[in-house]
Design a binder for this molecule. Sequence first.
Ligand SMILES: CSC[C@H]1O[C@H](OP(=O)(O)O)[C@H](O)[C@@H]1O
Length: 380
Amino acid sequence: MADQYAQFGEDKRLSEIPALRWEEPPEGPVLVLLDQTRLPAEEVELVCTDASALVEAIRSLAVRGAPLLGIAGAYGVALAAVRGFDVEEAATALAGARPTAVNLAVGVRRAQAAHRDALARTGDVRQAAQAALAAARTLHREDAEASARMAGHGLALLDELLPGGGHRVLTHCNSGSLVSGGEGTAFAVALAAHRAGRLRRLWVDETRPLLQGARLTAYEAARNDMAYTLLTDNAAGSLFAAGEVDAVLVGADRIAADGSVANKVGSYPLAVLARYHHVPFIVVAPVTTVDPDTPDGASIEVEQRPGYEVTEVTAPQVPVAGAGGGIPVAPLGTQAYNPAFDVTPPELVTAIVTEEGAVSPVTAEALAELCARSRQVTIS
Ligand SMILES: CSC[C@H]1O[C@H](OP(=O)(O)O)[C@H](O)[C@@H]1O
């Protein structure tokens, strides 16, 4: 274990390695990304000097996870502005890099609006660029604050739903510090339970095909000394049947106005299992992930990804997306169905936890309030 992670060194913890950071070396400002396609075996940093490099990093999931995509998108607009590229063109490319996670477009729009307003007010491109950068930094800070608050609200909800402590929580995909300006969304709740001595077990779905659970969540759990066990996605059912799951905690990429939740593919089957076995299915996401302009689950565009992500497995040193070139696990030429997300209907969602509290049950009134709040937060 130590050898495999030697590159990190014992003095570094994943939660302290920023998923992204803005730097201003003499040769010009850059956005530095921790390449998540190479984790956990290798700590490789990508230095983005323009929006097109960031678009590729988003498409390849080198940087990923709804809240972090919003932060990255905002910094991408600032990067284009400070380096004198066409800001509107960069914003369009960034917002369209991945369709499902609403936070990406929200973050891009936030920095774009700051840039436009400052340019209209001052006519000074330098001031406009600094306004875009300030908006990105504010979004980054706000997300870290939201993560901490979601962790507190989520733990309080677990304690309320599961009296007696010793929570056994199953999570899917990765929703920790690698998707956030802070410690994440759903994973941050599990981490808070761990720190409070009330996490008996974290069940970690490997999350095929890109293995965000095995590669990222298991590594974050290990680095935080949490009691965790990795499982294949298709083993989750037997855990529920054995009565080993007290609650499911997942993140979200977009929550429609009717409470439908788009999240990593495999989340919907977990919601069905949870309902059948009378286990709470809890969604943890910032208010900005609620999208009032998407009326229902059928309106959510679900990203379809390359088939080779299913028909091939790749070693960490081979980029996961874009190159193909992995080790075939199916006959060459096999067609694959590879949606990146699925949609859970509101009736299967026990609670939605945001930085403003836990909404349970998820009623039409509660959703209307979340939508109104999202509009306020998104505009500001
Ligand atoms: C809470 S954001 C993390 C969210 O994003 C993941 O998708 P991806 O890895 O494709 O960016 C997954 O849906 C997680 O729940």
